[in-house]
Design a protein around this ligand. Structure first.
Ligand code: SF4
Ligand code: SF4
Length: 301
């Protein structure tokens, strides 16, 4: 049976996630939980209910529609309604103002392929294609690979953006199915990854090494996060580590940004980096210069 994918967005006309004009498919679920993550919709594999208090007209229909009521919760300006929520979204169906949204939908390979092929002419005209992102797309590897196989039959370029934490057995099929892998390299120190994300940093770096041993086209993206990886010592360590690999792919730098601080409230969470100042253009340029001086092929972000 064709696998189902759980997707939180299909974004058209993107220009930063691979060559040409792209449709980016954002899949739900990620094992890393980077504190600076801006795709809060992608962190959980389950659907999420977003509630925007600014759009709420206090009609009370959500309270009435919720199967846990009467009595389980009231619209009191807190997130108490989330306790025990089954995420089925009756409240979303009755909300007249769009204050409630269910984030995450399941769709088949055929449905996804049909949806993205609407822009096939743009892909052909611009050398673009489809990028699978997230979340971590390779936590739904069967779905991504099945979509990629279908898209290959239509000559659509496929990129997969990954943070690298998934079973090693996916390497060969990823290399076969993807035209381009965009690998988010957080750090070259496995212990630093483990300390901040609480996951097996060594497994991530070993997956990158395994990909480097294939001939798949790779691009590394380093998101500069103050206090984690943007200092001179960390950047030099990344350069040294990469130069010891059998091949050194193109490296892109980008600053972390705080877009998520505005949407954290929609999901009843707090954004831990709300007070961290993102690196500016000068810091970005200095980091790029440093990496180039150490022999890395840094390309424009
Ligand atoms: S999604 Fe949660 S809050 Fe909304 S109706 Fe269902 S249980 Fe109630
Ligand atoms: S149904 Fe929508 S607009 Fe009405 S109270 Fe609930 S969230 Fe607010």
């Amino acid at each position: 049976m064709s696998p189902l994918g759980r997707v939180f967005d299909v974004s058209k006309g993107c220009v930063h996630d691979g060559p040409g004009l792209r449709t980016v498919v954002f899949l739900k679920g990620c094992a890393l939980g980077c504190p600076w993550c801006h795709n809060l919709e992608g962190t959980s594999h389950r659907p999420q209910i977003a509630y925007d208090a600014a759009l709420c007209i206090r009609c009370g229909r959500c309270v009435e529609a919720c199967p846990r009521n009467p009595g389980a919760w009231a619209l009191d300006g807190t997130d108490a309604w989330r306790d025990g929520c089954d995420l089925a979204g009756r409240c979303v169906e009755v909300c007249p103002s769009g204050a409630r949204r269910k984030v995450g939908r399941e769709l088949s390979v055929e449905e996804l392929v049909r949806e993205v092929l609407v822009d096939a002419d743009f892909f052909r005209g611009t050398g673009g294609g489809v990028t699978f992102s997230g979340g971590e797309p390779l936590l739904q590897a069967d779905f991504v690979f099945a979509c990629a196989a279908e898209l290959a039959t239509r000559n659509v370029h496929v990129a997969v953006q990954t943070a690298g934490l998934w079973p090693r057995r996916h390497v060969a099929e990823l290399a076969e199915r993807a035209d381009l892998v965009l690998f988010d390299l957080k750090h070259c120190d496995a212990a630093a990854i483990t300390r901040v994300m609480g996951v097996d940093g060594r497994a991530i770096l070993e997956n990158l090494d395994a990909l480097l041993a294939t001939d798949v086209e790779l691009e590394l993206c380093v998101t500069l996060v103050p206090g984690f990886n943007s200092g001179r010592d960390e950047l030099e360590a990344i350069a040294r580590w990469l130069r010891q690999r059998p091949r050194v792919p193109a490296v892109k730098l980008q600053p972390f940004h705080r877009l998520a601080s505005g949407k954290a409230a929609l999901y009843g969470t707090r954004y831990p980096h709300a007070d961290t100042t993102p690196p500016g253009d000068a810091e970005l340029e200095a980091a790029a210069r440093l990496l180039r001086e150490h022999g890395l092929p840094v390309v424009a972000g």
